[in-house]
Design a protein around this ligand. Structure first.
Ligand code: PLP
Length: 426
């Protein structure tokens, strides 16, 4: 027995079997099903190893060479290495760009930027949440300020054209001339197309705003040069590390070794191939879904994600999300251009980074589209047999004797298919 009456040596399995069981179950869930959440990925074993290292024991306030606490010699080396790799991964000249690798995640990174360069209640403009923006870009409704960004700053969103689903840059310019923002944010969580950073730059220059690119979703694709690069024209660029970049999900100092490993991996020719495959797979996936008759917003994708609108099928995003989850396909409901409610959106967002990390090719994504089509076809039958349009009734009908066996059958097919693809990590 170790000191203090606590077992400090035992494994999770020995010390806390309850938590160990949950980890095991989640791992099985990840392996068994098809992961299509566009903001998720499967990180490498090397990154997972770093997340469990002794660096987790340290406090390291300040910057390398200028810490509050002592004993930072290796922490400093680690953070400097991570900075170098961050610059190298995006091909940046250290004479021109610096990097802070300390944020815990994308949201605190954005908030740090806002507080640093915009005064309290200063004006910012980001893509509206229902149009594909992120909560931290200032989302509010007519009655409620939803994000902290909209509480502490004055936010005026820009929109996509509801017919094409594409960002309306003319309207952005028009609004920016009137609103005169201090900061314009070019970034998205559900917009499948390339951002026109040059256009953003021209608008920002015309109204005297700073330009922030939040490349959280696409940073892996930027590192591999398969989508537009924000660094050429933007003043500041923020990102998460756990989406298409495939690193750990946090910028905590302890995890930075993990970020550093992911950033080393992101510079390899293999990663470039990976990122290209991510985009090619998304395009193939989109074509396959269109061939099944689905409405793909903007007609396709330039990136890793697709947005499918189920309004033409009179299904909701929630019903499709729920049905897919029952057949071991994970994706999330999402607003489509023109939706009125963020709580009951008409679309589902799909992303290819995670399954591409498992080695999926374009033809495998055709198969995924086929499984989805079978699931959605079932969802339509379920809807037709459901007493009302409520999600509650939909779920009851799905779990009825009539449909549960069909759902289970499809789930087994999906899991059998998923089992043929190895996971990175063990
Ligand atoms: C995911 C995301 C973030 C925030 O990341 P968290 O890790 O959830 O804090 C910020 N901006 C954009 C555009 C994102 O997609």
């Amino acid at each position: 027995m170790a000191s203090g009456g606590c077992d400090l040596k035992g494994s999770v399995q020995d010390v806390d079997p309850e938590i160990a069981e949950l980890i095991k179950l989640e791992k099985q869930r990840q392996v068994r099903g098809l992961e299509l959440i566009a903001s998720e990925n499967f990180t490498s074993q090397a990154v997972l190893d770093c997340l469990g290292s002794c660096f987790t024991n340290r406090y390291s306030e300040g910057y390398p060479g200028r810490r509050y606490y002592g004993g930072q010699v290796y922490v400093d080396k680690l953070e400097l290495l991570c900075q170098q790799r961050a610059l190298a991964a995006f091909g940046l000249d250290s004479a021109k760009w610096g990097v802070n690798v300390q944020p815990y995640s994308g949201s605190p990174a954005n908030f740090a930027v806002f507080t640093a360069i915009v005064e309290p209640h200063g004006r910012i403009m980001g893509l509206d949440l229902p149009d594909g923006g992120h909560l931290t870009h200032g989302f509010m409704t007519t009655t409620k300020k939803i994000s902290a960004t909209s509480v502490f700053f004055e936010s005026c969103p820009y929109k996509v054209n509801p017919d094409t689903g594409l960002i309306d840059y003319d309207q952005l310019l028009y609004t920016a001339r009137v609103f005169k923002p201090k900061l314009i944010i070019a970034g998205m969580s559900c917009y499948p197309r390339n951002l026109d950073y040059d256009r953003f730059r021209a608008i920002a220059d015309e109204v005297g705003a700073l330009l922030l690119a939040d490349m959280a979703h696409v940073s892996g694709l930027v590192a591999a040069n398969v989508v537009n690069n924000p660094f050429d024209v933007c003043d500041i660029v923020t990102t998460t590390t756990h989406k298409s970049l495939r690193g750990p999900r946090s910028g905590m100092i302890f995890y930075r070794k993990g970020i550093a490993v992911a950033l080393k991996q992101a510079q390899s020719p293999e990663f470039k191939t990976y990122a290209k495959n991510v985009v090619d797979n998304a395009k193939a996936f989109g074509e396959a879904l269109k061939n099944f008759g689905y409405t793909v917003v903007t007609g396709g994708t330039d990136t890793h994600l697709l947005l499918v609108n189920f309004k033409p099928l009179k299904l909701t995003g929630s019903k499709v999300e729920y049905t897919l989850e029952q057949i071991s396909i994970t994706a999330n409901k999402n607003t489509c251009p023109g939706d009125k409610s963020a709580l009951n959106p008409s679309g589902v967002r799909l992303g290819t980074p995670a399954l591409t990390s498992r080695g999926f090719t374009a033809s495998d994504f055709h198969k995924v589209a086929e499984f989805m089509h079978k699931g959605i076809t079932l969802a339509q039958e379920i809807q037709a047999n459901s007493p009302s349009t409520l999600l509650k009734d939909f779920k009851t009908t799905l779990h009825s004797e009539l449909f549960q066996p069909k759902i289970d059958e499809l789930m087994h097919q999906v899991e059998e298919f998923a089992a043929t693809f190895p996971m990175p990590g063990n």
